[in-house]
Design a protein around this ligand. Sequence first.
Ligand code: PXL
Length: 258
Amino acid sequence: MNQQYVAALSIAGSDPSGGAGIQMDLKTFAKTGVWGMAVITALTAQNAARVTNSWPVEPDAVREQIITVLEDMIPGAIKTGMLADSEIIQAVADTIPKNIPLVIDPVMISTSGYRLLDDDATDSLIKQLLSRAFLVTPNIPEAEILSGIKNISSEEDMKKAGKIILSLGAEYVMMKGGHLGGENSEDFLISKNEVINFSSIRYPYSIHGSGCAFSAAITGYLASGEDIITSCRKAKNLISQGIERAFCGKGKMKMVNL
Ligand code: PXL
């Protein structure tokens, strides 16, 4: 008998250290109980502490990966991570179906400061993908770029920036407050009608891959049919556990350990 499947698709870059990118997305999908699928947009050479180089995949290769995967299996939700440049964004926008919930992690710069999206590709990200997203998950530096609000330094600023990003077309914005100071890490799920607060203990170090894992977990739960609030709550719990167990290599940068 043919079993029914529930799948999620990540369209993102490779992180050979396994801490972020497509590798982390697949591990996270497995933890949420869905079948993970992955279209690769770029190779990177990196470890938890630094990115030394990256090579975008040919846009036509991205296009063909997506078309071929979707020809056979339909995911319940799709997430995008590192998209590298505007040609790849175009390839993704042209090939993903409009009726599948789309989660955009607007990856721009790695924690260690390496550019993962061309400077001039922000506009295409907004026009081609953000405008049709179900959910966008910016951290504070990304929210500053997307909203045009410089120096987001309070929860009020976060909510203001979130509302601006919402106006770019997404149904929900998950504003991640990990970069703000304070005892707790406060995230806000913002929609037209409400703002919901998700709070967790702040760990006094930045964690490689926490953003990737969070958006992948939300995507996995959405794919399973959970509603947005339940998906975010379960994802936050899963990632908090992974952060508690985080470990590091010689570079001393910790990685989420799901
Ligand atoms: O965490 C953002 C991110 C996403 N995707 C890839 C990355 C990183 C950060 O380093 O390397 C491939």
